[in-house]
Design a protein around this ligand. Structure first.
Ligand code: UD1
Ligand code: UDP
Length: 366
């Protein structure tokens, strides 16, 4: 019997690992799949709600790490994880995405000579001021299986000299989760409950340090959202990092009319709001992909994206951080100037199945 341990810690990780856990259930006589949750994200609305919404089993291990500086957080995860890996001796570790839990998992496993599969390998923003870019590069370097979600990933890995035998273009696990829950997402009553007219509101999320950690930038961003809220109701589920900065800077007292702030939402509710939105404005990685799949217009308030297929093929408008440009693009979209999009190759709901097949075939050769 083989053993696989997947390491997750932050909101997008839970969404990425759900279909992989499900795919390995088919092989449960041959392989045991366990989940270790580092506790990087710990609020119920950032963690537990996803295990419930996506019907995932409780994690087998919970490290309870919480927040901290990058070094503190990464180091604490590494110390605790080493104990789990020494005890469990898995045949493979799976790390999804690009968060500090991904990096910590990859570093510990590689030093223990445990093979590593990186899900969402090869994405590059080419911007090392983003903590995630460092996490992606280091994780890819030490991984044995590089599971790629879009062609840019293969190209980037090859140009960094990565061995072709390790690179597998398999598609996007986030889209597996979306496909699997699409009926629930469509049927959700969330728009009705919030009094929103379908197709006539804006959905916004922000959590990148470059947008929310600086008071002036965050205040200007809120003003831009306020200006757009004069045209359409704007719903803004607030990430804990952003909440902290809104509160410490007293911006909650200056909230423009029409901006509806909520707590972070569960997966089904949030995806339903996305599905029926006229426009999404975000700095999230995953949301750029989900809007492309759903054909919903998306404005990304960042200077770059590690997911270029959402721009080249999908409905993503990468506008930079000039807020006048954000406002103009948003008003153009609300006025009907939209961008047509297609669903990228292999974003078909079967990515986790492909990943499991590749891993099982490789196990069969041991
Ligand atoms: C992390 C990831 C980022 C990812 C995002 C997804 C890193 C470096 N960053 O950013 O790539 O896009 O998750 O959402 O790994 N907090 C709470 N409750 C929670 C979670 C966080 O209060 O449930 C607080 C933390 O204590 C900390 C702050 O929010 O003060 C930031 O959390 P952290 O996990 O360090 O980074 P994120 O900004 O969430
Ligand atoms: N998401 C959610 N509820 C929210 C905000 C986001 O379920 O209130 C989902 C979103 O649809 C996507 C994932 O969380 O599936 C993205 O997480 P986030 O934006 O925090 O991280 P990133 O993708 O930028 O790393």
């Amino acid at each position: 019997m083989k053993k696989i341990l997947s390491i997750v810690g932050a909101r997008p990780n839970f969404i990425k690992i759900a279909p992989i856990d499900k795919a390995f259930r088919k092989y449960r006589k041959e392989v045991e799949h366990k989940i270790c949750h580092t506790g990087q994200h710990f609020d119920d609305r950032m963690s537990k709600v996803f295990f419930e919404d996506l019907k995932m089993p409780r994690p087998d291990f919970y490290l309870g790490i919480g927040g901290g500086s990058h070094a503190e957080q990464t180091a604490r995860i590494m110390l605790e994880l080493e104990k789990v890996l020494s005890e469990e001796c898995p045949d493979l570790v799976i790390v999804p995405g690009d968060v500090n839990s991904t990096l910590a998992g990859a570093l510990v496993a590689s030093k223990m000579r445990i093979p590593i599969a990186h899900v969402e390998a090869g994405l590059r923003s080419f911007d090392k001021t983003m903590p995630e870019e460092i996490n992606r590069i280091v994780t890819d370097v030490v991984s044995d299986y590089l599971f790629v979600s879009e062609h840019s990933g293969t190209h980037n890995l090859r140009s960094e000299g990565m061995d072709d035998d390790k690179i597998y273009f398999v598609g996007n696990v986030m889209i597996d989760t979306l496909e699997a829950h699409y009926d629930l997402i469509e049927a959700s009553a969330v728009t009705k409950e919030m009094g929103l007219e379908q197709g006539k509101y804006i959905l916004a999320t922000f959590h990148r340090p470059s947008n929310v950690d600086n008071r002036e930038d965050l205040e200007a961003l809120m003003e831009t959202l306020g200006s757009l809220a004069k045209e359409r109701t704007l719903v803004f589920p607030v990430h804990p990092r952003t909440r902290k900065h809104i509160l410490t800077n007293g911006l909650d007292k200056k909230l423009p009319k029409g901006v509806v702030l909520t707590d972070p939402l569960g997966y089904i509710e949030f995806l339903s709001l996305m599905r029926y939105a006229e426009l999404v404005i975000t700095d999230s990685g995953g949301i750029q992909e989900e809007t492309t799949y759903l054909g919903v217009q998306c404005i990304t308030v960042r200077k770059n994206t590690e997911r270029p297929v959402t721009m080249d093929v999908g409905t993503n408008h990468l506008v930079g951080t000039d807020l006048e440009k954000v406002e103009k693009t948003a008003k153009d979209i609300l006025g009907g100037t939209t961008k047509p999009g297609r669903i990228p190759e292999l974003w078909d709901g079967k990515t986790a199945k492909r990943i499991a097949e590749i891993i099982m075939e490789s196990f069969s050769k041991d």
